[in-house]
Every structure is written in structure tokens, then in C-alpha cells.
Ligand binder design. Structure first.
Ligand code: CUA
Length: 180
């Protein structure tokens, strides 16, 4: 039967449904319900959840906290923009800000130590993407996101901006070092 012809029997919706069709509808329904309930379940129990903490802030307030850390714990400067490399003590609150178009400052952490990483934006939306471990956070002005992090592999990590933020988006790169 083709769909561009009128149905042979006008009251087709009163015809009995085939057994296979019932089975497929049941399978589809069960699968829909599984997917539906997985959303709240995984939101609560999934290990992918990064931040359970977010605070209101302002770019000015957040900037002061970042600067206070930089003033206290800068160990050297790197890159042609002379970005400070900051080595805050293990277990402390550490800060990184996103702005057009950089991540500021560079952090130098110790392997196996836990830090509270605070992230916010100075202007508009940026995406904090930590590579190669692929941790992603949306960074917005006015919101301070806090992640408890314990780096377990030493090395150099890149921070890429993964929300399009204008003409210099592709140059918005940052760095985190993890020392043995
Ligand atoms: Cu910041 Cu794209």
C-alpha cells in the first residue's frame, strides 16, 4: 500500500494492531522510560559531575582575589605576554580567570595535592576546557564556579576556550603545570 492513496478501509484506526507492532511499541516505550530516568539518576550519581558549588560574584571582586593570589605566590613569568606563573601552597584556594582573550594566570600545582580551583569570567562567556583530560566548564561573568581538584598525573596541561568569544577566541589558551 502506498501512502499517497487513501486507505482502503476508511476507519483504519479501528483495525486491530499487529502483535509485532505492539512488541515494538512496548520496547520503544521501555527504552524511552530508561533514557528519561537515566537523566536525573546520572545527574546525581554520575562521576562526571564537576562542580557542586557556584557563587555569585562580580568581575571586580573576582579580579581582586585572583590578583591577591598572584601578588603572593608568583614564581616567574612566561610567554611573550609575561603571564605570571603562580605556585600556591597545596590545599589552598586557587584562581583562574577568563577574559578576552586569555586564561590568567598560569598555575603550578603539586601532584597528589587537592586544591579548590575558582573560575570566573571578566567579560562574557568562555569555556574552560582542560586538555588532555577533557574537563569542561562553562565560565560566565558574575558566577564563581569552584572545583575540588587533585591532579594525579604530572605534566603540562593546556586550557582551551571552547565557547566562541570573538575574533581572538582561537588564541585564548592557558596552562596548568603539575609537578611531581
Ligand atoms: Cu574565550 Cu572563546
Amino acid at each position: 500500500m502506498t501512502s499517497y492513496l487513501p486507505p482502503a478501509q476508511r476507519i483504519w484506526w479501528k483495525m486491530p494492531v499487529g502483535r509485532e507492532e505492539i512488541v515494538w511499541i512496548a520496547i520503544a516505550l521501555v527504552w524511552c522510560l530508561i533514557l528519561f530516568f537515566m537523566m536525573p539518576f546520572w545527574h546525581v550519581y554520575g562521576k562526571q559531575n564537576l562542580s557542586t558549588e557556584a557563587y555569585q560574584t562580580t568581575p571586580a571582586q573576582f579580579g581582586l582575589k585572583v590578583q591577591a593570589m598572584i601578588d603572593q605566590y608568583t614564581v616567574r613569568h612566561e610567554t611573550e605576554q609575561q603571564i605570571p606563573v603562580v605556585a600556591p601552597p597545596a590545599g589552598s584556594d586557587i584562581y583562574m580567570l577568563g577574559r578576552l582573550w586569555q586564561w590568567w594566570p598560569i598555575l603550578e600545582l603539586e601532584k597528589g595535592q587537592t586544591y579548590r580551583l575558582h573560575l570566573s569570567s571578566m567579560d562574557w562567556q568562555h569555556g574552560f576546557s582542560l586538555q588532555p583530560v577533557n574537563i569542561n566548564m562553562q565560565i560566565l561573568p558574575g558566577y564563581e564556579m569552584v572545583l575540588n581538584i587533585t591532579p594525579d598525573v604530572a605534566g603540562e596541561y593546556g586550557v582551551v576556550c571552547n565557547e566562541y568569544c570573538g575574533i581572538g577566541h582561537h588564541t585564548m589558551l592557558g596552562r596548568i603545570y603539575v609537578k611531581e
